[in-house]
Ligand binder design. Structure first.
Ligand code: ADP
Ligand code: MG
Length: 404
């Protein structure tokens, strides 16, 4: 019952990827609608600005065609002077430039002024068709006075850029928040790992030291000694000591030492062999009996034990496990553990190292998580599925460093 409820909380890891997709989809929808809505506003404002420029052009034409009167003053003050936002260049028929709302300093040289105006003009030509200035005199004669070019006001340009700036700021903020959240989550996981491991080691320590004292007492009993009982008990106590050492090491940053990995692997195999079916062959292949790497022996043995136990489970009744130890280039040692078991489906390859991922009735799905943590966090090495074929077998590779 208890196990069931813990398991369902582990399922959260599987749902987690779904939640990520939902968050991603919602953000995309929000971004697109925000850009779409601003686009509508931009288009409305564009129409209005065009009308304004047309009105401006008409006002200019009107002024040119009238002799001075009150209307002219009104038109000049209310329409022409009040356009303070839309940049305009009027290129007259004879090629001179009249301009409004373009940043040009009086102190600039004529050449520099012209350069700036020409650059602006090129941009305007690219953006909108010009408005022709046609002057019609009272006797019906038509005279072309040039063209008025214009571009978006500063307000409109800002509105066009606004959703992108806004979304970028939100995205950067979201990214930073995600990093901070992830960091605190990892820190919290680390505290749980370390705390639980230390507590376990601590709790095992007390009965273990008393068991060691008891065994000295039992050793003095001739009959027990003869039956080999003391020896068997001693073996179990030694294993318990190893387990305690593993837990206490994972609870502290363990110091790495140059160790002969071939010998360590033989230790594990010798421990496992009598405990697995005789139909499962376990073999070690290596070119040298002395290959060293920087490891913490109790934790490294734990990893090999976990990976080999998984291989045994994958094989089922009969098959073989091959452990190849090789020296790689650039100061690496590779340990390939291959089995002839049921294999890992391609879709599950990335999941096997996740906490809680198991396909076994009695599994906890922590073995490979622990192995990854030990190899990658404590040994600065790598562990990964090198290859796997359904119903053919799987090879796990562990890469270790030969020097610190
Ligand atoms: N050698 C292997 N062959 C096939 N599947 C494997 C192998 N090693 C691990 N797996 C898969 O990865 C899962 C997780 O392994 P592990 O983290 O050790 O947890 P557990 O052994 O408790 O299930 C296993 O349940 C199994 O489905
Ligand atoms: Mg396992």
């Amino acid at each position: 019952m208890a196990k069931k409820s813990i398991r369902s909380s582990f399922d959260f890891y599987q749902n987690n990827t779904n939640i990520k997709w939902i968050v991603l989809a919602v953000s995309v929808v929000i971004s697109i609608s925000s850009i779409y809505y601003t686009n509508i506003l931009v288009n409305q404002l564009k129409v209005r600005e065009k009308q304004q420029v047309e009105l401006y052009a008409k006002a200019l034409q009107y002024i040119l065609s009238e002799t001075a009167n009150d209307n002219i003053i009104f038109v000049s003050e209310e329409i022409i002077q009040k356009n303070i936002s839309i940049p305009i260049i009027w290129v007259t028929k004879d090629g001179t430039y009249e301009y409004r709302n373009i940043k040009i300093e009086e102190s600039w040289s004529d050449r520099h002024k012209k350069e700036v105006l020409e650059k602006e003009l090129a941009e305007m030509k690219r953006l909108y068709d010009p408005i022709p200035m046609i002057y019609e005199s009272e006797d019906g004669a038509v005279e072309n006075l040039g063209n008025i070019y214009y571009k978006n006001s500063f307000l409109l340009s800002q509105l066009i850029a606004y959703p992108y700036i806004q979304l970028s700021v939100i995205a950067i903020f979201g990214f930073i928040a995600y990093l901070a959240f992830n960091y605190s989550r990892v820190a919290e996981q680390n505290r749980v790992w370390v705390g639980l491991a230390k507590e376990t080691a601590h709790q095992l320590g007390t009965p273990l030291s008393s068991l060691m004292a008891w065994i000295e007492v039992l050793r003095e009993d001739e009959t027990l000694n003869k039956k080999g009982i003391v020896e068997e008990l001693e073996k179990d106590i030694r294993k318990l000591t190893v387990v305690t050492e593993r837990f206490s090491s994972i609870g502290s940053a363990p110091a790495l030492k140059k160790e002969n990995v071939v010998a360590l692997i033989h230790n594990v195999i010798n421990y496992l062999r009598p405990r697995v079916s005789s139909k499962i062959k376990i073999e070690v292949f290596t070119l040298s009996e002395n290959i060293t790497a920087e490891v913490h022996a109790p934790l490294f043995e734990w990893v090999i034990e976990n990976v080999c136990k998984n291989a045994v489970d994958a094989i089922g009744t009969s098959g073989s496990i091959a452990i190849k130890i090789l020296r790689g280039s650039d100061s690496k040692v590779f340990i390939d553990i291959s089995d002839t078991g049921k294999g890992i489906p391609r879709s599950k390859l990335t999941q096997v190292f996740r906490p809680g991922f198991t396909t076994k009735k009695r599994g906890w799905g922590l073995g490979l998580t622990l192995a990854k943590r030990i190899i990658e966090t404590y040994h600065d090495g790598r562990i990964f599925v090198k290859s796997s074929e359904e119903n053919q077998g799987t090879t796990f590779r562990i890469a270790l460093n030969t020097s610190p």
